[in-house]
Design a binder for this molecule. Sequence first.
Ligand code: NAD
Length: 437
Amino acid sequence: MNVSVIGTGYVGLVTGTCFAEFGVNVTCVDRDAAKIEALKAGNIPIYEPGLEELVTRNVAEGRLTFTTDLATAVQGTLVIFLAVGTPPRGDGSADLSYVDQVAREIAVHMDGYKVIVTKSTVPVGTGERIKAIIGETQRERVDFDVVSNPEFLREGAAIEDCMRPNRVVIGATSPQAAAILKDLYRPLYLLETPFVITDIATAELIKYASNAFLATKISFINEVANLAERVGADVQTVAKAMGLDGRIGAKFLHAGPGFGGSCFPKDLLALESLAQGAAYEFKLLGAVLEVNARQRMFMVDKIRTALGSDLGGKTVAVLGLSFKPNTDDMRDAPSITIVQALQEEGATVRACDPVAQRQAAEVLPGVTLHPDAYAAAEGADAVVIVTEWNRFRNLDLQRLKGVMRAPVLVDLRNVYDPDPVVAAGFAYHCVGRGRYP
Ligand code: NAD
């Protein structure tokens, strides 16, 4: 089967490559000519563990190609995935202009029956909207179906998530289109991956509901952490015990600076907006977002307290800038809010990130970037762990102390066991562990 993927970003490139790995012929399309040129030259524009090897192999074996030419990609394929961005508009609703534009372009170039599949996260009603746009734009009547197939991959573990998803959701009204999608995903049947076959609106809502629920877990545990600090309890143990309850589950119960990235904040806003449009006040969502924004500022308070109430003239070394480990994605990273607040209060910020230095330099001017944690910590009054990359989990504390102006460690991800850090001579600050500030 031949498929094309329109939008070769984090989702499009990974899913396109994984389909190629499953033996499908995939054409990845992007309007960003520099990105396509880089891919053609064998340079992967994003950091995603394992991706480069898969791209190289599938390009070499002739199953994966890259182009800016949407016309040929549409004409040569049966299934067309949309993986373009759906960023938030000023009012929080999803900006569907990229989706609309691609739908119009597909309509113009369709030469036979096509299945048009949204992988982008889109509000309920977008499937119908795409149908209408294509119907109105086609030059002559050509049959097509629209399917919703939301993507659940996590950046940093995207290949594994695509190859072994927890579930595949297919929202379709046409049995023929649903059958084509099931056939495309047939390799996953062998892994006994659950398939949820439903209507388009339900599939579209599943994605938003899933992300909103995960974000809610994060804000919930952060509220518990803040309370634990005030009453002398330990959120780590609370979360562990909660997570052992099969009804709750252990994942997404890590206290810290809150969620960021390109999905949770925007998807919560879009869901809130969708609810408003349906004359329903989805009360939880506003609170989840509010708690998340406040949590970032609580982290700044924590750093200020660790430094003796005044950040003016202090030097802070920030470890980890990407919104989570194993990605170079800086979109809405908590580090941005935290670093900017530190700078506004007069602190000098030195930082390091294993892969996001270039991206960080663009959004965080004034921060000096260093090759490793020890270089970043030189002359610092405090080291702050913002993103829990593995390499920050087992720092040589004596070496760190040796280069710092004062031994202060603010561990915003609770990756350290407090007692050995204190025994090593550090003032240790973390999140929600009552005995430690
Ligand atoms: P991205 O910004 O990395 O990639 C989008 C790509 O689409 C860009 O390369 C852009 O140049 C391209 N594009 C835009 N308009 C185009 C057009 N008219 N023709 C061709 N290409 C065009 O975005 P992303 O992170 O891959 O997210 C894409 C969608 O997937 C969003 O709706 C997002 O919510 C959803 N999603 C993202 C993730 C994630 O972890 N990033 C996970 C699940 C779902």
